[in-house]
Structures are given as C-alpha cells and as structure tokens.
Design a binder for this molecule. Structure first.
Ligand SMILES: *[C@@H]1O[C@H](CO)[C@@H](O)[C@H](O)[C@H]1NC(C)=O
Ligand SMILES: *[C@@H]1O[C@H](CO)[C@@H](O)[C@H](O)[C@H]1NC(C)=O
Ligand SMILES: *[C@@H]1O[C@H](CO)[C@@H](O)[C@H](O)[C@H]1NC(C)=O
Ligand SMILES: *[C@@H]1O[C@H](CO)[C@@H](O)[C@H](O)[C@H]1NC(C)=O
Ligand SMILES: *[C@@H]1O[C@H](CO)[C@@H](O)[C@H](O)[C@H]1NC(C)=O
Ligand SMILES: *[C@@H]1O[C@H](CO)[C@@H](O)[C@H](O)[C@H]1NC(C)=O
Ligand SMILES: *[C@@H]1O[C@H](CO)[C@@H](O)[C@H](O)[C@H]1NC(C)=O
Ligand SMILES: *[C@@H]1O[C@H](CO)[C@@H](O)[C@H](O)[C@H]1NC(C)=O
Ligand SMILES: *[C@@H]1O[C@H](CO)[C@@H](O)[C@H](O)[C@H]1NC(C)=O
Ligand SMILES: *[C@@H]1O[C@H](CO)[C@@H](O)[C@H](O)[C@H]1NC(C)=O
Ligand SMILES: *[C@H]1O[C@@H](CO)[C@H](O)[C@@H](O)[C@@H]1NC(C)=O
Length: 771
C-alpha cells in the first residue's frame, strides 16, 4: 500500500507527536488540500475495515464525542454494515451518521450527494468512482478533514469532482468543487430511504419499513431542511420513542438555479416541500464551480438544527476555519499524551487508538436541552448516547476517567437521567435501550467514577439506580429467556436474577439465554454495587453484595472439570458449550476479576493456575478479538508470574494491532479494543475497574507523558529500553519501590512519576511463583 507523506505545519512540540503519529497511514491524498487545512493524523488505519468485518470504525470527521460524525458513504449502512468500507471504491454521498458501532443500527442520519445532470436520488445511481493516480487513492482522511476526488460519468461530462468535509459536533461542513464548465451541477439531500435492521440480503433484511420524512426548500434563504425518523433498532428494547427523528437544516452559500423534491424516484422540479417515504430534495447551481454547504443536525427540531448551524458554524465561516477549530479540539485531547520511543507503526496505532476511544458515548444534547427517547420528550440538561457498557466497562471507561475526566460527570448524569426517565440504567443505549449484550455494567461505570473521586452527579440517585439493578429482576423473569436481540420484551437488565440469588446462586440455563456468562457478570456487578455502598457508608448493603459477588461465581465452577459451566435450574450441568456470551468456557473460567485469589485457589493454587493460563494461551484459546479475553494476560501477575504475563501481553499486542486499515483484529466496540492497547502500552491495565487499582504489565515505549486537565503535574511513565526489553526488573511510583504488581489510581490521578527498569530476560520481580 502506498505510504504518502503529508506536508504539515508543526506548530508545537506536542503537535509534533500528534502529527508524526499519522504520517505513514494510508490512504492519503496526493496533494495536501491546502496549507490552511492541517490534518490531525490521518487516523484512518486501525479498524477502518477488516476482511472479517471486524474493526467496524469508519474514517469519520468530527470533534471528540461529536453528536454526528461525517463519513463518505460507500454502502447503505445497516446492522453489521458500516456506511464506509475501504474495499468499496465508489462514493454514493456523504453521510452524517449516528451509527455508533457496526452491530448497532443507524438513526436519524442525513446524506448529502453531489452530482451533475439529471438528479440521481437512488443509492445505486449516485455512485462516483474514487480517482486513482496509479495505485494512489485520491482520498485524504483525518480526524478534522476529509477530502476525495471522484470521477463523474462520461454522460455527465467526465470531469473530476472534489469533495471536502469537516464538522463540528452538530454541523457538517462540506465543499464541492465541480468539474470546470460542468453542466447542471446539483446537490441532493436524502431525508429518508427504505430501512431495514439487517442488510437486505440477510435474513433479517425482511424487516423492511419506509420511514416517513419531511423536506422543505427555501430558495431565498438557500436552505433545504427536513426530518428523518429512521431508527434501525426500533424493534429492539422497551422504548418505542415514537417521535424520535433526526432533523437537518442545510444552508448553501450559492443561490439555486433550480430546485425540487424527489419522492420515491420521481423528481418534481419547483416543488418546495414533501412528506413521505423515500424522500429527498435538491438544489442546482448552474454556472457555479465551488459550492459550500453547512448541515446542522438535531434530535429536537428543524429550528434547533438551524440554531445549531448558526451557533457552531456561523455564516461566512470557511471550511478551513471549521477544520482548524476541530483540529484544535483533537490536538487539545491527543496532545495530553506524548509517547516517545515508539516505532512509526506503534505511534500510529497508539494515537489512532486514542482517536477511537474519544468518540463514544456521544453528545445528544443541544443548547442545554436533549430529546429523551425513554419518555419521548425534551428535557433540560446534558445528555449522551452510544453506551456499549458490556465492552466499555473493562478499560475504555477507565481511560476516559484518566484522560478526559471533564466528560465523565456529564456521561454519568446522562445514565442517571435514563434511569429516572426509563426506570433503569442503560445496558446498550443507542438513543434508547436496545437490550444488546448482557449484565448491568452501568453499575461498574457509576461505581468506578465515584471511587475515583469524580463528582458532579447525585449520589443517592446513583445508589438507588445500581441497587435496583442488583435487586429487581425484569418483568416475567421466569418466562422470558432474553436471547440476543429478542423482540417485544421489556428491559432485560439482570434477566434470571430471580432464579439466581433467591433460589440457587446461578442463572438457570434452561430458563435464560447466556446463563453462565450472566452468572459471572452479575457477580461482578454486585461487586461494583458493594464498592459504591462502601463509599456511601451503606456498610450492611456492602457486605451483602460483596459476599454474593464472591460466592455466586463458584456455584457454576465444576470441580470435576475445573471449568465454569452453565447449570440448569435443577442443578444439572448443562454442557460445556452452553450459556456463553461471545466467548467460551476458557475465557469465562478466568472471569472472576473481583476475586482472583479465590479463583486461583479453585484452580489449585498459583503454580497450577499459571499452568492453566499457559494451557489457555498455548492451546490457542485466548481470543483477543472479543472482550472476554481482554484481562486474561494480566492474571499472570496476580498469580506471581509477572514476567510470563509480560511476554503474553507483548504477543497479544503484536498479533492484534497495527496501523493499517486491517489494524484491529476485532471490533473496536466503542473504544474498548483500543483502550486495551493504550493501557497496555502505558504498562498497566484496570483488571478490576471498581477497585481503583491497575495491574502492572509491560510498558511498550521508552517514555509516555500524560497531562491531566486539573493536575498540578503530568504523569511521566519512564521505561528506558522498553521497545526491545519486555520484562520488568523493578518499579517505582513517585519514588517508592513497589514489589507487588499493583498501581493505585490514587498514586497517579494527580500526576507523578512511574519508573520501570526494563530487561530483555525474564525477571524475578512479582514473579515469585516461578522462582
Ligand atoms: C467490506 O467489503 C468487503 C468486500 O465486499 C466485505 O467482505 C467486508 O465484510 C466489508 N466490511 C465491512 C466492515 O462491512
Ligand atoms: C471552460 O469554458 C471556457 C469558455 O468556453 C473555456 O475558455 C475554458 O477553457 C473552459 N475550461 C475548461 C477547463 O474546460
Ligand atoms: C461559496 O463558497 C466557495 C468556497 O468558499 C466559494 O469559492 C464560492 O465563491 C462561494 N460562492 C458564493 C456565491 O459566494
Ligand atoms: C415506490 O415506487 C415503486 C415503483 O413505482 C412502487 O412499487 C412502490 O410501492 C413505491 N413505494 C412507496 C413507499 O411509495
Ligand atoms: C440497602 O440499601 C437499600 C437502598 O438504599 C436500603 O433500602 C436498605 O435499607 C439497605 N439495607 C441495609 C441492610 O443497609
Ligand atoms: C466444589 O468443591 C468445593 C470444595 O469441596 C465445594 O465447597 C463446592 O460446593 C463444590 N462445588 C460444586 C459446584 O459442587
Ligand atoms: C435437569 O433439567 C434438565 C433441563 O430441564 C433436564 O434435561 C435434566 O434431565 C434434568 N436433570 C435431572 C437430574 O432431573
Ligand atoms: C499467589 O501469588 C500472589 C501474587 O504474587 C500472591 O499475592 C499470593 O500470596 C500467592 N499465593 C500463594 C498461596 O502463595
Ligand atoms: C478472518 O477470517 C478468516 C477466515 O474465517 C480467519 O482465518 C482469520 O483468522 C480471520 N482473521 C481475523 C483477524 O480474525
Ligand atoms: C479521593 O479523594 C480522597 C479525599 O481527597 C482521597 O483520600 C482518596 O485517596 C481519593 N481516591 C482516589 C482513588 O484517588
Ligand atoms: C495488520 O497488517 C496487515 C498488513 O501486514 C495485515 O494484513 C493485517 O492482518 C494486520 N492486522 C492485524 C490485526 O494484525
């Protein structure tokens, strides 16, 4: 693949790092678009697409945690299909997307599609091939700016059309440069399309609806505005959110030479409004060469979309200015971290990873108000959506607490609002609850924020919410299995809770889906509730939930096999392949993060446990492409075999991450995949998030400096020689030598100094089991 160097203005030392990070990532545009448009590292790489449909992140342009991300559209996106796929080389428009992850549905999107000649509203007809110069793809991708050259068809003159794009949180800014002397250039806005939950070719594609949209054209103010109520997840979860819609208001800087509404393929020129399915509108710009358009979006109203536009990108703002402002927002965040001694590939992987971790949850509030799908009304306050808690409670959330603590109070408040408005904390919130995955890991998110001293939300509401998760089963708990994406059911929360603790200690496999994983995950969530109860001084509650969290996992530990196994209500073992959520008995037998000593004891002590870990890795059972395996290499250190763990961590990093478009072995899952890499590169990982401690692994680079927004000093992690020396010989934190492989959050939250002494041979440090 061609690696094209970018010419970038380096404005500060911090920026140097940020810029370096992306220098080598394809695909890059042949010429930088202009000197004014600096791109924060191209950042496409890593997970943009993979042959196995993993990665799942699209190369999108928008600020951190933006409400809408803008991406070129190569595909109609559905659950399991993203709007951009690097292997598809025809662009069918530019989409303001709210699809937070490949396995989730899109909602309320708008598409802007330029063309020449007869207006082509249908997805299949809109495609324009990306221009190649030899093998070089004429496409530039970065966090704050995107640009592509596309070829118009012979029939339309055959010239090259250039699209450039940047965005603020709620406004896309696009600029189209039509071929010189092009006849009849136009820009089409798609409000609605046929909607399916799965791709039309897939079995679920039979679920096909025609959301009814709205468009209004105002040639005087040069606006096309409208509404799109599409929400692909609408058949999932308990909240129908009947008045949900994405609203948009596009304002063009060029007067319309013609305009019209397109409905179900039929163009009505001169008509200024339309309502219904398969709907769009266009404006033509005869004689114009360069057209600038800003597209405000909203979940509240068209008027609010227009207000967002005027507030975030006022009239007269150039694309260069929008791009620069968004670049500064990324530089402010990425610039908090400075890595030294990493290879170019590692730098790109590391910074692309940070870019990925700072996208979700995403902002859902506008001007201090937000639409809530839980009660279908507009409230005051801040709000976020896109909570993939089954994934992100592991390390992504800990990373947000460390790197972007200023965001965390709002994200917690948002979850508490969901509880107040819908009755429960979110499991997988994609506008509203989708019931996707299992367990109530919001308990962990809330408790971790509290024990790490994040403030700015109501603690009594927080405790009431997690206490409800731990004590109130879903309705019809004995009769609904809550299989993956089960339709027509209420809040799933801790399905099986009634059988678990009231009866046996485990979730019964003959009653509930994913029973063994549920048993283990609910036990960890109890541990989180106990942590919050402790913090609040609810001592008796704390003891109760802690005891439950430590006993429940071992009710499914089969003494005869040494593995966790699902059980039926009558106590029979249900079979070793039964009851797992995206994993198997290998990964899940290690899933007692709240009480590793007891797990070790059940597996016969440290030596035997380390041998079991070896069997797990050597036998090819560690599947880092999915989350249940993420903490496992760190368990070596907790069993007195730190140096062995260090080898495994380096192997996992090398085998699952690089800076190409296929650079993530598994789904990014709203940042969790990259959060593993980032923490591992720093040299520690939050195995038990609510303990406010990290388990030491092996730092990858010579030095990493992290500047926290409110700390008086940075956190400096030094590990001279780490790139070639994977083993830790000694460790000091703020001058104090540590003999245990544990760093507390308290030790690092306000900055300080971590010094690793590294070695190229296995060391005795924290490795008593081996020596
Ligand atoms: C991208 O397209 C390729 C080829 O059609 C396909 O195999 C792959 O699954 C797609 N990837 C995604 C993430 O949809
Ligand atoms: C566009 O048209 C003008 C006037 O006919 C002509 O002089 C010019 O060369 C054309 N430009 C291109 C790029 O074709
Ligand atoms: C619209 O904006 C583009 C890009 O800034 C500019 O080239 C063009 O002249 C503008 N058009 C009008 C009519 O102002
Ligand atoms: C769209 O047009 C096609 C072809 O005329 C027709 O079969 C279909 O029913 C129409 N769909 C809607 C939603 O109007
Ligand atoms: C546990 O917490 C709940 C909810 O706050 C409270 O109602 C209950 O009395 C507490 N129980 C004990 C034993 O503290
Ligand atoms: C496994 O053995 C322990 C110790 O003998 C015992 O307490 C426990 O109940 C056994 N577990 C099961 C699931 O039978
Ligand atoms: C326990 O229940 C399972 C599933 O309902 C059934 O297949 C099995 O035969 C039962 N075992 C006993 C010992 O009753
Ligand atoms: C197992 O190893 C851990 C970590 O080194 C240590 O804390 C623990 O005491 C060991 N257990 C035994 C029984 O030696
Ligand atoms: C992708 O799929 C192929 C074929 O199923 C498999 O051999 C390969 O290991 C997978 N790669 C990744 C990175 O998951
Ligand atoms: C939280 O703040 C308290 C009071 O300042 C302090 O004692 C404690 O160590 C802090 N906890 C963490 C995890 O930083
Ligand atoms: C990253 O590198 C490319 C090119 O060498 C490989 O094709 C990918 O498989 C690899 N991805 C991962 C996750 O290792």
């Amino acid at each position: 693949m061609a690696h094209v160097k970018w010419k970038l203005a380096v404005v500060s030392a911090i920026l140097t790092t940020v810029v370096q990070a992306g220098l080598d990532i394809p695909p890059a545009f042949k010429e930088p678009p202009s000197d004014e448009v600096d791109a924060v590292n191209p950042l496409i790489g890593n997970g943009g697409d993979s042959p196995n449909g993993s990665g799942g992140m699209v190369p999108s342009t928008a600020p951190p945690f933006a409400m809408t991300r803008w991406t070129a559209q190569t595909d109609q996106n559905y659950v399991s299909v993203t709007p951009y796929n690097y292997t598809h080389t025809s662009i069918h428009g530019f989409q303001g997307t709210h699809q937070p992850a490949i396995w989730m549905g899109e909602s309320g999107q708008v598409v802007v599609s330029p063309g020449l000649g007869t207006v082509k509203p249908a997805f299949e007809d809109r495609g324009l091939d990306i221009v190649y110069d030899g093998n070089e793809r004429m496409e530039a991708v970065s966090a704050n700016y995107y640009s592509v050259l596309t070829q118009t068809t012979e029939a339309d003159g055959g010239g090259v059309l250039k699209t450039e794009m940047s965005a603020t949180s709620r406004v896309g800014h696009l600029r189209f440069t039509f071929p010189a002397n092009a006849s009849s250039p136009y820009i089409f806005l798609e409000a609605t399309r046929p909607c399916t939950l799965g791709s039309p070719a897939s079995p679920t594609g039979t679920w096909l609806t025609y959301p009814s949209g709205l468009v209004n054209i105002d040639p005087v103010s040069q606006e096309i505005c409208g509404r799109n109520p599409e929400r692909q997840d609408e058949i999932l979860g308990p909240s129908p959110a009947p008045s949900f819609a994405g609203y948009f208001c596009a304002r063009f800087n060029t007067s319309f030479s013609a305009y019209g509404v397109v409905q179900n393929g039929t163009t009505s020129e001169g008509v200024v409004s339309g309502e219904g399915p398969v709907l769009g509108a266009y404006a033509a710009f005869e004689g114009a060469r360069v057209v600038d358009v800003r597209v405000g979006v909203s979940f509240i109203s068209v008027d609010q979309a227009r207000r967002n536009l005027e507030k975030e990108i006022p009239d007269g703002t150039s694309l260069e200015e929008t791009s620069k402002a968004t670049r500064e927002l990324w530089v402010e965040k990425l610039g908090r971290v400075k890595a030294e001694g990493a290879s170019a590939d590692e730098m790109a992987t590391f910074y692309t990873g940070i870019f990925h971790t700072l996208q979700y949850p995403y902002e859902q509030d506008e001007d201090g108000m937000y639409y809530s799908g839980y009660d279908d009304s507009v409230h005051e306050g801040d709000s976020y959506t896109g909570y993939s808690n089954w994934d992100t409670y592991r390390a992504e959330w800990a990373w947000l607490i460390l790197l972007a603590p200023e965001r965390v109070p709002g994200m917690v408040r948002s979850m508490l609002q969901d509880y107040v408005e819908g009755g429960w904390l979110p499991m997988w919130k994609n506008i509203v609850e989708t019931n996707i995955m299992v367990a109530t890991h919001a308990d962990s998110l809330v408790a971790e924020a509290v024990v790490k001293n994040i403030t700015g939300f109501d603690l009594d509401t927080a405790y009431a919410a997690v206490y409800k998760d731990a004590t109130v089963p879903p309705v019809d708990d004995w009769t609904i299995s809550y299989y993956d994406r089960e339709e027509g059911v209420g809040y799933e929360v801790r399905a099986g809770l009634s059988s678990v603790y009231d009866e046996t200690g485990w979730v019964a496999n003959d009653i509930h889906s994913e029973s063994a994983s549920r048993t283990l995950d609910y036990a960890y969530d109890d541990w989180a509730v106990a942590a919050l109860a402790d913090f609040l001084g609810h001592t008796e509650n704390a003891s109760f939930f802690r005891a439950r969290s430590q006993s429940a996992p071992f009710t499914i530990f089969n003494n005869d096999t040494g593995f966790m196994e699902a059980r039926d209500a009558n106590g029979s073992w249900a079979g070793q392949d039964q009851g797992w959520t995206e994993g198997d008995m290998w990964a899940y037998t290690f899933d007692v993060i709240q009480d590793v000593p007891r797990l070790v004891e059940h597996r016969g002590g440290n030596t035997s446990f380390v041998a079991f870990l070896d069997e797990h890795f050597d036998g090819g059972h560690n599947d880092h492409t999915n989350e249940p395996s993420h903490h496992i290499p760190y368990l070596y250190a907790l069993a007195g075999a730190a140096s062995k763990g260090q080898e495994r961590i380096r192997e996992v990093a090398a085998a699952n991450y690089n800076s190409t478009v296929d650079g993530l072995s598994g789904n990014e899952d709203c940042g969790q995949m990259s959060a593993w890499y980032i923490f591992s590169a720093l040299g520690f990982y939050p195995v038990d998030p609510v303990s406010a401690t990290y388990v030491v692994g092996t730092p990858f680079y010579d030095k990493v400096t992290i500047s926290f927004p409110d700390a008086s000093q940075p956190l400096v992690i030094s590990a001279p020689g780490a790139p070639t020396k994977p083993y830790v010989k000694s460790l000091t934190v703020n001058g104090e030598a540590l003999s245990q492989p544990i760093i507390t959050h308290q030790q690092i939250a306000n900055g300080g100094e971590i010094v690793f002494e590294m070695s190229d041979t296995p060391q005795e440090w924290a490795s008593a089991t081996l020596y």
